[in-house]
Design a protein around this ligand. Structure first.
Ligand code: HEM
Length: 553
């Protein structure tokens, strides 16, 4: 194999692993970034700028290689560690990974069994792909595995990992989780900010109405809608008019750029000894973005505090108002700090947007391309809502078929296909094998959801399989079906994800008929990332189906 081929295959592989080891938040824009060539040029640029330091650099690489090799030999898996494909010195299995990690891990599990191991640079990874072993990890040893493997970029992006996703299991995580799940994202709190969600959905309907008869990129529209819904719930009407639009645009840009960087391959993650050098400048760029992000939060918080001091915000019911109040009142042993407030807001924005928007896009693609599913969804809406009214969030509890569509979409396309990697706080036995403390554990929920020993005709999109099977829900108690994870680290935003999905899809399918443009083929292929997405964006043409045009205003 030629030198450049070897390089390229290394680069392809590092890209794919980096996507898996990042924060929860792979975003739409990653598709442009996960190019191995980009990584190659980036790395080589950084190195060539160091011309004068080349001898020093090469000497360093030599010492580093020997040190890594020694380290890997020293930590060589014991015979009781899970089986796995053989690897190379230094790189381990990095060079043979496929970018579509979820399906690649599924095929490896057919050879090596429901629990296997990989060496990725200096990281030791475990992949679990059966209900019974997932149960051991997420239920029987829940506390031990309730920690995370944090990437360099992820840590910087989240105020040093001071958010819910990356904080290790302990009192601070418990406090953040309580604030988030019980106080901000509970059904009662979500009810109180319904008007803020409704405003955004109505704006999207207005926009789609203006595009009647023309193709619309549905994924893009849903991403913007969900992001606006979330930011609106966070700070509601703190800003008005042009100022609001300007902050919205800036915010979107920062989120897009930050998540772009979160998906960039970073040598520092595979070889922690190299982190200090930040060869690709990922850390530097991320610091600058995190500062920009922080400036937006600072600005919103300052404006809100000023309004509060003038007594203008008394009646506000958004998350920012709630968190600031909680922070002032908090006298517990683990107080909520301003950094926690900002990190929590960021979790809402980054954790909630792509997951929900991509799931909605997959669902709409299935509905639009399967006439029988479309007919049942619209019939249910017509009988519950009626064509003379618009869909409201209060209707969603009366739409069992639509709920089944959501469950079936998340079965075939779980938004976070390998969950967020878990990390045991001590060496533990699982499935009869020893899992070393600090390993990076992937739970392949995607493979379990397509396992033909569990599901009849698993590749068929068939919502009715969930209609009679009430035990299959999102609670994480059933290890045949757990798209939101399970145990202590189960998704913190299930209630919100459910509402966002059901209300958005109900509104779009009730207000419009949809057709794919002439000549376009039905394509449901997936693109792996921490958040799974549709490889080919869904483009469809809306036609109004409600009788009264006033219902689109
Ligand atoms: C369809 C939508 C969504 C899906 C499928 C989803 C799925 C997941 C999964 C699988 C995890 C990791 C669980 C684990 O590691 O065991 C997770 C974690 C998380 N999700 Fe979601 N999620 C969605 C939407 C949301 C929304 C809307 C929010 C908030 C607004 C959110 C906030 C979080 C947070 C904060 C965590 C980290 C929890 C922790 O580490 O304690 N998610 N999600």
């Amino acid at each position: 194999m030629g030198k450049s081929t070897t390089y390229n295959s290394f680069l392809i592989n590092t890209v794919s692993f980096s996507l898996s080891s990042r924060s929860l938040y792979d975003q739409r824009n990653l598709r442009m970034l996960a190019l191995p060539q980009a990584f190659f040029h980036n790395l080589m640029d950084s190195i060539t700028q160091w011309d004068s330091l080349a001898p020093l650099f090469l000497a360093f690489c030599g010492i580093f290689a020997v040190a890594c090799y020694a380290w890997i030999c020293y930590t060589k898996p014991s015979s009781n560690q899970p089986p796995g494909p053989p690897g190379l010195p230094l790189f381990g299995n990095l060079l043979s990974l496929d970018p579509e990690l979820h399906s690649y891990f599924t095929s490896l599990s057919q050879t090596y069994g429901p629990i296997f191991s990989l060496r990725l640079g200096t990281k030791f990874a475990i992949v679990v792909s059966s209900p019974s072993i997932s149960r051991q990890v997420l239920k029987d040893h829940d506390i031990t595995f309730a920690n995370r493997d944090v990437s360099v970029a992820g840590r910087i992006a989240t105020y040093g990992g001071n958010d819910i996703v990356w904080t290790p299991y302990g009192p601070e995580w418990r406090m953040l989780r309580k604030v988030c799940v019980l106080k901000m994202l509970s059904n009662t709190s979500l009810d109180s900010v319904y008007q803020l969600r409704r405003n955004e959905i109505r704006k999207t309907v207005g926009y789609l109405y203006s595009r009647v008869g023309s193709p619309v990129d549905i994924g893009e529209q849903m991403f913007l809608t969900v992001l606006n819904v979330i930011t609106n719930m966070i700070w509601g009407g703190t800003l008005e008019g042009d100022e609001r639009a300007a902050v919205g645009t800036e915010f979107r840009e920062v989120v897009a750029h930050m998540t772009e960087l979160l998906g960039k391959p970073n040598l520092s993650d595979f070889f922690s000894g190299l982190a200090w050098f930040d060869f690709q400048g990922v850390e530097k760029q991320m610091r600058s973005l995190a500062r920009q992000f922080d400036e937006i939060f600072e600005k919103m918080i300052k404006l809100r505090l000023e309004k509060n001091n003038k007594g203008e915000s008394e009646q506000r019911k958004d998350f920012l108002q709630f968190l600031l109040k909680l922070k002032d009142e908090d006298d517990s042993k683990t107080p909520l700090t301003m950094t926690n407030v900002k990190a929590l807001l960021m979790n809402m924005v980054v954790g909630g947007s792509d997951t929900s928007a991509n799931t909605i896009e997959f669902a709409l693609a299935h509905i639009i391309n399967e006439p029988e599913v479309m007919r049942r969804v619209q019939e249910e809406l017509d009988s519950v809502v009626g064509r003379e009214k618009i869909a409201e969030e209060s209707h969603i509890h009366k739409l069992p078929y639509l709920l089944a569509v959501m469950k079936e979409t998340l079965r075939l396309h779980p938004a976070v296909p390998l969950l967020v990697p878990h990390c045991p706080s001590e060496t533990t036995t699982v499935g009869g094998y020893t899992i070393p403390k600090g390993s990076c554990v992937f739970v392949n929920v995607w493979a379990i959801h397509r396992d033909s020993t569990i599901w009849d005709n698993p590749l068929k999109f068939d919502p009715s399989r969930f209609l009679d099977d009430a035990k299959r829900d999102f609670s994480g108690n059933d290890f045949d079906y757990f798209p939101f994870g399970s145990g202590r680290r189960i998704c913190a935003g299930i209630a919100m994800a459910e509402r966002t999905f059901l209300y958005s899809v109900a509104t779009l399918m009730h207000s419009f008929d949809w057709k794919v443009p002439e000549g376009q083929e039905f394509d449901m292929s997936e693109k792996f990332g921490i958040v799974l997405k549709k490889k080919v964006p869904l483009v469809a043409v809306p036609t109004p189906r409600l009788s009264n045009t006033a219902l689109y205003e």
